[in-house]
Design a protein around this ligand. Structure first.
Ligand code: MN
Ligand code: MN
Length: 468
């Protein structure tokens, strides 16, 4: 016999805001669907460790799904699918809606760059019979986390003759890998007195890449010579070619299930491929939307969205202008009526470090997709702060469609802070709020997310694109 709820209990359920574990809110069939969705996500992660690789993966999948390169001179009809590849490092996907572009679009924007170690322009040197690469870290990292873990090397080298070679070493099981060495604890007495932030300094993030000399009695720097000789034979490159290269060292780990219950995924680069992937999948899966649907996967978010592949550049505005042109409309009308989900992660509450969060306003792994009304730092500086009206619309959409969601602030007031691409879209007069997946160990070489949260993000983007 089931017990009747007390009056107070029933009233509490009606009046209190109390987000619940997603597994308790959805059916077993939907949990199964979520787990299946995540298997493909893991494959995507393993072959998309850089912005270039993510664009390549998404472009190939877009073409398979009927997307064609956008041409402003063409006339498009509802249901047509177009894309723009911006310099191989960001990509815009759009499905033309039934309504005129005058009514605006439904936009999701995620970034596909992640914190990592970039090689310096002149990286290769030899010291004490070891060959090493100098690096300059990219994005916000805790430098000590990047030592003594296997690294792979990804990117592109443009050679003197103008041809380019793509590099991807350390992902295949037959490949060699690389590593930043750290000091043994036995001799780490002085190092242990450093602050955590200085435990490993930027100029100590040197990657070990070789140790055998080129056989020759006269030449010096023979280990470096041997490494360059290997690179020259394999890729036809010389040392000067590093000057026109973009080479990124990233963790060589594969994405893997975490926990006895396999409820989570550990991987490099969840931030923000965990939002980019569902935003892309959602646009692949919609058919004949009312509003034109757009997904942007952008670069350079981790260093402030600057550069011509970041959202602080005009590339997105120009795309909208060209799209508007195809319908003979002013682009600013399109932008002003556009609604956006800025797809970005938030910090999941970590019981080991509870002090940095304020529980009532923190996001938790497994409580669904997280809406972040504002990010920023020191009194909401550097953010867009979504309006009550727009929050109301998104909240209703999620509730009406039984999408499990929660709210989240990025940590306690004055504990630190951060930003997303939301403010750059707001600067275009777009209504925008951050929506994404809570992450544990964010920006670490191995981050953790919940499978159900990721699936809820996918459902949120898809439902948003289906707006009537
Ligand atoms: Mn992010
Ligand atoms: Mn980030």
């Amino acid at each position: 016999m089931s017990k009747e709820k007390s009056k107070g209990q029933a009233l509490k359920e009606k009046l209190f805001y109390d987000p619940k574990h997603a597994a308790e809110m959805i059916s077993d069939a939907e949990i199964k669907k979520a787990d299946k969705f995540c298997e493909e996500y893991k494959k995507f992660l393993d072959c998309s460790k850089t912005e270039r690789e993510a664009v390549k993966y998404v472009e190939a999948k877009a073409i398979k799904n009927g997307f064609k390169v956008f041409d402003r001179e063409k006339k498009y009809k509802a249901g047509d699918k177009v894309y723009v590849n911006n310099r191989g490092k960001s990509i815009i996907l759009a499905v033309i809606g039934k309504k005129s572009l005058k009514e605006g679009t439904r936009l999701s924007a995620a970034h596909i760059d992640s914190p990592r170690l970039d090689l310096k322009p002149n990286p290769l040197y030899e010291d004490s019979d070891l060959a090493l690469f100098k690096t300059h870290y990219y994005g916000g990292i805790k430098k000590y986390q990047w030592t003594a873990i296997p690294l792979s090397l990804h990117g592109v080298i443009v050679k003197k003759d103008g041809t380019s070679v793509e590099i991807n070493i350390g992902e295949d099981e037959n490949d060699p890998q690389f590593v930043v060495t750290d000091l043994l604890p036995h001799l780490g007495y002085e190092q242990a007195k450093r602050t955590l932030g200085d435990g490993i300094k930027g100029e100590e993030l040197n990657i070990l890449i070789g140790s055998r000399p080129f056989k020759d009695d006269e030449a010096s720097e023979k280990v470096k010579l041997n490494v360059l000789n290997i690179l020259n034979q394999k890729y036809g490159v010389t040392e000067a070619d590093f000057l026109s290269a973009e080479l990124e060292a990233v963790p060589a780990f594969k994405a893997t299930d975490i926990g006895f219950d396999r409820s989570m995924i550990g991987a490099y680069g969840h931030d923000d491929r965990v939002c980019a992937y569902p935003a892309a999948e959602a646009i692949f899966d919609i058919k004949n939307p009312e509003y034109t649907a757009i997904t942007i996967l952008t670069d350079k978010e981790e260093i402030g969205s600057d550069g011509n592949t970041g959202l602080n550049s005009s590339y997105f505005k120009y795309f909208v202008a060209d799209l508007a042109w195809t319908q003979g409309i002013n682009y600013h009308t399109v932008l002003s009526n556009t609604q956006c989900l800025s797809a970005d992660v938030n910090a999941a509450f970590d019981p080991t470090f509870p002090d940095v969060s304020e529980r009532r306003n923190a996001s938790f792994a497994n409580k669904g997709v997280v809406i972040t009304k504002y990010t920023g730092a020191r009194g909401k500086s550097g953010t867009s702060d979504a309006s009550a009206e727009y929050m109301g619309k998104i909240r209703k959409m999620l509730d009406d469609n039984k999408i499990v969601w929660q709210t989240g602030e990025l940590g306690k007031v004055d504990a630190g802070g951060g930003g997303t691409v939301a403010m750059y879209l707001a600067a275009l007069d777009i209504d925008v709020v951050d929506l994404g997946v809570p992450v544990l160990s964010m920006h670490a070489p191995f981050e953790v997310i919940s499978k159900l949260d990721l699936y809820m993000a996918y459902r949120a983007f898809k439902t948003f694109f289906e707006d009537k």
